[in-house]
Design a protein around this ligand. Structure first.
Ligand code: DDQ
Ligand code: CA
Length: 263
């Protein structure tokens, strides 16, 4: 290609792209998300049999909900095998939340919410609901449910009746595939299915206020993973200490992480 035509095509490219970009209004003030990186602080063992769908602290202990043949389990930091486990049969259990007194456990497509109480937890009630159950967390007296879409639904803990919804957006764009959730530090942390990014969502507006790059974790475990479904999923913040833990489905490790600003 002669230089003049090369310059000409560059110009044409610029002419076709640049104005279109400039025509988009400037990103609204306050909506530009922060960028953070999840750094590994410590590694603990995690069961490669655990298809992690929910992770939460409850009464000082760490609990996990796993899918396929569902379970509720209590984890320890020193071995992969759970300290306590209740098998739930052919039920695909999902998100797990604590209000301090009870544990609430979603199911993927079965439309059943299990409520647990006691130590070890005993199933207290089963409540029907409409829609998918993916992630669950407890925020200011309400349970927050994700269902794979960009909508989060708020529910009353007593009977799980829906109380309202919020649309999750990143600079105005809806963000779907929201999976495991954690309500802490005034935000909702959300795993995005099949992604190494965790979103920090303002529960009042649905705006994504920060995007966390957790690829240090996925890179760390990648050589040991055998399934394309072995994705990052599971966030728990320890009340009191504020320590943050992350894991993934079928992952051999549970990580304590520290969030740092990305450079
Ligand atoms: N969820 O995490 C997106 C809510 C559920 C993921 C389930 C993935 C299972 C895929 C394999 C299905 C085989 C019948
Ligand atoms: Ca969680």
């Amino acid at each position: 290609m002669r230089k003049s035509s090369w310059v000409l095509s560059l110009y044409a490219l610029g002419a076709s792209c640049a104005p279109a970009h400039r025509a988009v209004p400037e990103v609204q003030e306050g909506l530009t998300p922060q960028r953070r990186v999840a750094r590994i602080v410590r590694e603990y063992p995690h069961s490669t049999e655990a298809f992690t769908q929910g992770l939460v602290f409850h009464q000082g202990r760490l609990y996990e909900s796993t899918g396929h043949q569902g379970t509720l389990r209590q984890l320890s930091f020193d071995k992969a095998e759970p300290v306590w486990l209740e098998p739930l049969g052919n039920i695909f259990t999902e998100g797990l939340a604590s209000d301090g007194e009870r544990l609430y456990q979603l199911t993927w497509t079965e439309g059943l919410l299990y409520t647990w109480r006691g130590d070890p937890p005993k199933r207290e009630r089963t409540t029907r609901y409409a829609g998918d159950g993916w992630g669950l967390c407890y925020w200011e007296g309400k349970l927050v449910r994700s269902d794979g879409s960009s909508t989060l639904t708020f529910h009353a803990p007593e009977d799980f009746r829906p109380l309202g919804t919020v649309e999750v957006t990143l600079q105005g764009q809806p963000m779907d595939q929201l999976n495991e959730l954690e309500c802490a530090n005034g935000v909702i942390y959300a795993n995005v299915w099949h992604s190494s990014e965790v979103l920090e969502i303002d529960p009042n507006t649905g705006h994504v206020v920060a995007v966390i790059d957790a690829s240090e974790l996925t890179r760390n475990v990648a050589p040991q993973l055998r399934s394309t479904e072995a994705v990052l999923n599971g966030i728990a913040v320890e009340p009191g200490t504020g320590r943050m833990f992350m894991t993934g489905k079928l992952w051999p490790k549970l990580f304590e992480v520290r969030l740092e600003p990305a450079n």
